[in-house]
Design a protein around this ligand. Structure first.
Ligand SMILES: [Zn+2]
Length: 334
């Protein structure tokens, strides 16, 4: 039955406009359905191919967009890294300039330390003064020339040289700090020695009425030995400790009147006699120039004056070498 249905034929009549002749097409049902099926198959295939092609086109364009995005990202990264490298190069350059600046400051400090060392005792020229060319401030004076971009190798060289400079500076600074400490100690020692060494007048007045040595005694008029220097002055004038030390004794007797003995360094003592009054106590620490009493005429004295004596290991010695030299010259002329 079915077979005969496929076998049966269909007639299509195409009627053109006006006078055209009518076309009759006779097709079996099987042929018609086959044609329709083939056409549908063709359309389906075309559709599938089109969709696939579209799909891959979309995928490619998506990929392309993604790649573009990535490229832009990479370019940004590269730009950032280049900027960072440039910054680092500038930093290294800045550091190298700073190192040069620190170096010149270090040279100045070395010269200063040498000057200080000359003030300390036992100083000798230990080092030749160093010297580096002094660089002018950036922008000062003229500059120019062709600009060559810095290579990676040059950057490394600059960084290594700068690092070496800082290492050297660090070592030099340590050495300088140690030398400065030593110089400071030497200066302190010198200062302390100076403080303990008599080298000033014990009075305001510089009028020596009787020097150290042989003289005719003002009371007996007989030749005697004067163990100190007599300095005339006003009653109540301050009497100064000629050096730092410790008050060994404060006392009074008919010969010396009110008197003070100060112990200094190196078995050195100073003795101040005929004082109007004393202003220190036994055991007091005194500084150079500190007032220890008032000038007077107590004891065996003919008028207001200070009998000033210097004792070395208990024996009296000429005080003149312990007083400022320009005054000693005056004294010699007398
Ligand atoms: Zn005297």
């Amino acid at each position: 039955m079915k077979f005969t249905w496929f076998q049966s034929k269909l007639t299509f009549v195409i009627i053109p406009e006006a006078n055209g002749s009518v076309v009759r097409l006779k097709l079996s049902r099987a042929a018609l359905w086959s044609t329709i099926f083939l056409m549908l198959l063709l359309i389906g295939t075309i559709c599938i191919l089109t969709i696939r092609s579209l799909h891959s086109t979309v995928a490619v364009s998506l990929k392309s967009v993604e790649m573009k995005g990535r490229t832009a990202q990479l370019e940004q990264d590269l730009h950032r890294k280049n900027a960072a490298i440039e910054q680092l190069q500038n930093d290294i350059y800045g550091l190298s300039k700073q190192a040069a600046e620190v170096r010149s400051q270090m040279e100045r400090m070395k010269r200063l330390e040498q000057d200080l060392h000359k003030l300390a005792p036992g100083s000798a020229e230990r080092r030749k003064p160093g010297g580096q060319p002094v660089s002018a401030a950036v922008g000062a004076g003229g500059m120019g020339g062709e600009a060559f971009p810095v290579t990676e190798g040059q950057t490394h060289e600059l960084a290594a040289a700068t690092g070496a400079r800082y290492t050297a500076l660090h070592a030099e600074m340590k050495e300088l700090a140690s030398r400065l400490g030593q110089t400071k100690r030497q200066l302190q020692e010198k200062q302390e020695r100076q403080q303990r060494t008599p080298d000033i007048w014990p009075t305001l007045s510089k009028i020596v009425t009787s020097p150290y040595g042989y003289r005719k005694d003002p009371f007996t008029k007989k030749l005697s030995f004067h163990r100190g220097i007599d300095i005339a002055g006003k009653l109540g004038d301050p009497v100064y400790a000629v050096a730092g030390g410790v008050v060994q004794s404060v006392g009074y007797d008919k010969l010396h009147g009110h008197n003070v003995v100060i112990e200094h360094d190196n078995k050195l003592r100073t003795w101040y006699m005929h004082l109007n009054r004393t202003q220190v106590n036994r055991g007091d620490r005194v500084d150079k120039g500190q007032t220890i009493g008032q000038l007077g005429t107590t004891g065996r004295s003919t008028g207001p004056h200070l009998h000033y004596e210097v004792l070395l290991s208990g024996k009296s010695t000429d005080p003149a070498p312990y007083m400022p030299s320009h005054n000693r010259k005056k004294e010699r002329k007398k």
